[in-house]
Design a protein around this ligand. Structure first.
Ligand SMILES: C[S@@+](CC[C@H](N)C(=O)[O-])C[C@H]1O[C@@H](n2cnc3c(N)ncnc32)[C@H](O)[C@@H]1O
Length: 253
């Protein structure tokens, strides 16, 4: 199966450039979770495709036990470092594993997967496997976001980002209508201490999933209630998820 683990040059850029999303959504997800019955009792989180761990750190600061899993060792390295005080006390653990086949010996009140991480899975079969794995370890609520087809169709274009720390990024996006996937290729040039530049390339894709199917597959897996929402109001179902560019999916047992 195609797998998409992020490389080390990209992990470093991700940690400083793309971690705001996780930071912003974390408190919304936690507040929503804490309004649910299980959220008042269980302060345990599985952060699926945890990346560089910024969402995990928010929950750790609020007293949760957190396990993060990701395919990419370089991304996990940043997560471990960002959460080092909690890793050292044993309240946090970051584990290299695949979202479609992981096994853990504990279960969690809340499972999350943010910043279109599940769009990184290649097809419905992989997504279904992931849902089953999550179902096995989740006692309560599963929240994740997806880019919709509408959102991914907007990926066509090129941008150049000459940001902080002297790193130059060239980001190219293309939506492949036939494969129903959006591709991005990010080329970065980061300064090294000796005044040279180090180049990295990261190509990744987002699969367009049909939201109707996503809902059906979650119900098939055994989740009892499933709805789509926007981040600011995770408790308010929206009727037409395909109309959004990005949606949050909320499943509960
Ligand atoms: C866009 S990042 C999101 C990271 C983090 N959740 C956040 O909100 O910033 C996607 C992450 O998914 C990971 N990933 C991709 N495919 C995966 C898989 N099959 N199993 C586990 N992790 C995966 C990548 O290594 C990357 O860290």
């Amino acid at each position: 199966m195609e797998m998409q683990a992020y490389g080390s040059g990209f992990a470093k850029a991700y940690n400083s450039r793309w971690s705001d999303f996780a930071r912003e959504v974390a408190p919304h997800i936690r507040h929503f979770y804490e309004t649910t019955a299980i959220g008042q009792l269980e302060r345990t989180l599985l952060d699926l495709c945890c990346g560089t761990g910024q969402l995990a750190v928010h929950f750790l600061e609020q007293g949760y036990r957190v396990v993060g899993i990701d395919l990419s060792q370089p991304m996990l390295h940043f997560a471990q470092d960002n959460a080092r005080e909690y890793v050292s006390t044993g309240r946090a653990a970051f584990i290299q594993a695949d979202a479609t086949s992981f096994r853990l010996n504990e279960s969690f009140g809340l499972v999350v997967s943010t910043f279109d991480a599940l769009n990184h899975l290649p097809d419905e079969q992989a997504l279904m496997k992931c849902f089953q794995r999550v179902f096995n370890v989740c006692k309560g609520i599963f929240v994740f976001d997806l880019n919709t087809r509408r959102g991914l169709e907007g990926w066509n274009g090129i941008s150049i980002d000459d940001g902080d720390e002297g790193t130059l990024l060239i980001i190219r996006g293309i939506y492949d209508r036939e494969g129903d996937r959006a591709w991005t290729r990010i080329t970065g040039f980061s300064p090294t201490p000796d005044g040279l530049f180090e180049r990295f390339d990261q190509t990744s894709f987002n699969t367009a999933f049909e939201m109707k199917r996503v809902r059906e597959m979650l119900l098939e897996t055994g989740w009892r209630r499933v709805h789509f929402a926007r981040i600011g109001e995770l408790n308010v179902p929206i009727d037409d998820p395909e109309y959004e560019r990005r949606v949050f999916v909320v499943a509960s047992k």
